[in-house]
Design a protein around this ligand. Structure first.
Ligand code: AMP
Ligand code: GLY
Length: 422
């Protein structure tokens, strides 16, 4: 089968790596991909958000399945455009992708279907904003309604402190003002088709730039799966009160969905609450989950397309997988680009993941005109190690991170450390 993956990050490198392990793959393309995906298949240099170019590429290469990595092409309805040409895709149409592309739509969906979530108000004008602030002085989270690549959400200790950010956010559209929750975050992933679903093991990412969850929100500075500090009873509650009612809600609202639903959850002392929906896999969660998945990803995708995912065996290795992101100087604010990269013990410029247990996935990297590897993004690599023991997995992931050198490279030092009481 010929497969096209849309996107260019670590998530897409991990997807390409997993697809490349299938012995039924007859062609693997990534658009636009990165130096890591180029070693596993063929990169096609188009913009994944250019729907016409994606369809044209898929037709030209006789692609049978498109896996959509990021949210933007989904919001632009690439899935319906491909369906019009008879090409199957993993990812929902734009009508369902609104669960991610509009926080207001997602909040109304949660409320309608009884999915626990923080109380929230949508404000559209400065005067509504000022009324909210005087009526609700407490801690608040401000969320821009539309897609903002992780930059549209900020938490504040009081509504007054939130005012400047909320005022700026209002200039680009409606803003959600939400009760601030406290607890432990977990990422839930469900594979959904028209008839059923399967839930993947719990995963956690580390959203903040600073140690112990301080600093600004990022795309994610590390990840772990399964999550050693989440017990079966807690996870059962997440499945029962959040994941299943959400999927039931899709069916009741007649929202088509073939793909991955990613639910951001806060485990509070009053039980699990939904923070957000994403209509795709997470990055860097994918980089730790896929190496644990025993199944051929092509079988899983075909099951989703055929509506038989609930009959698919989704077994994972009994190991823990830890991912550490290596980022550019300055990230998540403006960051340096075109910094040359070298890697220890590696011939040539790029690294193809070497074994199942120690993997380096490229994100914001490129080969420049001299074929030298340089950084071009904020998050440049995800270093993943799997082991039976979380301490060894964590140590292994950091060893890989230390084997990557570029000016200003940094990573959080406390990924997966929580289990040791920090
Ligand atoms: P979101 O894009 O809605 O998931 O928000 C990004 C991050 O902001 C989440 O992963 C949380 O760390 C934080 N966040 C979002 N909503 C809330 C909330 N209601 N209370 C506390 N933190 C939140
Ligand atoms: N890890 C967060 C995201 O993929 O949105």
């Amino acid at each position: 089968m010929k497969v096209l993956i849309l996107g260019k990050g670590g998530r897409e490198h991990a997807l390409a790596w997993k697809f490349a392990r299938s012995n039924r793959i007859t062609g693997l393309y990534c658009a636009p991909g990165n130096p890591g995906t180029d070693e596993l298949g063929t990169n096609v240099s188009i913009d994944a958000n250019d729907v016409d170019a994606v369809v044209e590429t898929a037709v030209r290469h006789e692609i049978e399945l498109v896996f959509v990595g990021p949210e933007e092409p989904l919001a632009l309805d690439v899935v319906s455009a491909l369906a019009d040409r008879g090409i199957a895709a993993i990812g929902p149409p734009a009508s369902s992708a609104r669960l991610e592309s509009s926080k207001a739509f997602a909040k109304a969906f949660m409320q309608r279907h009884g999915v626990p979530t923080a109380a929230a108000k949508i404000v559209k004008s400065e005067s509504d904003l000022r009324t909210f602030v005087s009526d609700n002085p407490g801690a608040v989270v401000v969320k821009m309604d539309g897609l903002a690549a992780g930059k549209g959400v900020r938490e504040f200790d009081s509504a007054t402190e939130a005012l400047p950010f909320a005022e700026t956010a209002l200039k680009s559209g409606p803003v959600l003002l939400e009760e601030r929750l406290h607890g432990i975050e977990v990422s839930a992933f469900a594979l959904i088709d028209r008839n059923g679903h399967r839930i993947l093991p719990p995963c956690a990412d580390y959203k903040k730039s600073g140690e112990r969850g301080t600093g600004s929100n990022t795309g994610g500075m590390g990840s772990i799966s399964p999550v050693p500090w989440i017990d079966d009873e807690t996870w059962d509650a997440v499945e029962r009160t959040i994941i299943e009612p959400s999927i039931e809600g899709l069916r009741n609202d007649g929202l088509d969905y073939t793909g991955v639903l990613y639910i951001g959850v806060m485990l509070t002392e009053n039980g699990p609450y939904t923070l957000e929906y994403n209509v795709r896999f997470g990055d860097p969660e994918t980089q730790v989950i896929l190496p644990l998945l025993r199944a051929d990803i092509l079988d899983v995708c075909e099951a989703m397309i055929n509506g038989t995912i609930s009959r698919c065996r989704i077994e994972t290795d009994d190991l823990v997988s830890v991912g550490v992101v290596v980022a550019s100087a300055g990230y998540p604010d403006s960051y340096r680009k075109n910094t040359p990269v070298t890697m220890d013990n590696v011939e040539g410029a790029t690294v193809t993941p070497r074994s199942l247990d120690r993997l380096i996935f490229h994100s914001g990297t490129e080969l420049n005109e001299h074929s030298h590897l340089v950084t071009v993004g904020g998050r440049c690599f995800t270093c993943v190690c799997r082991d039976t023991d979380v301490f060894r997995a964590r140590t292994g992931a950091y060893e890989l991170a230390e084997s990557i050198h570029f000016d200003g490279a940094w990573c959080r030092s406390d990924i997966a450390a929580r289990v040791f009481g920090s």
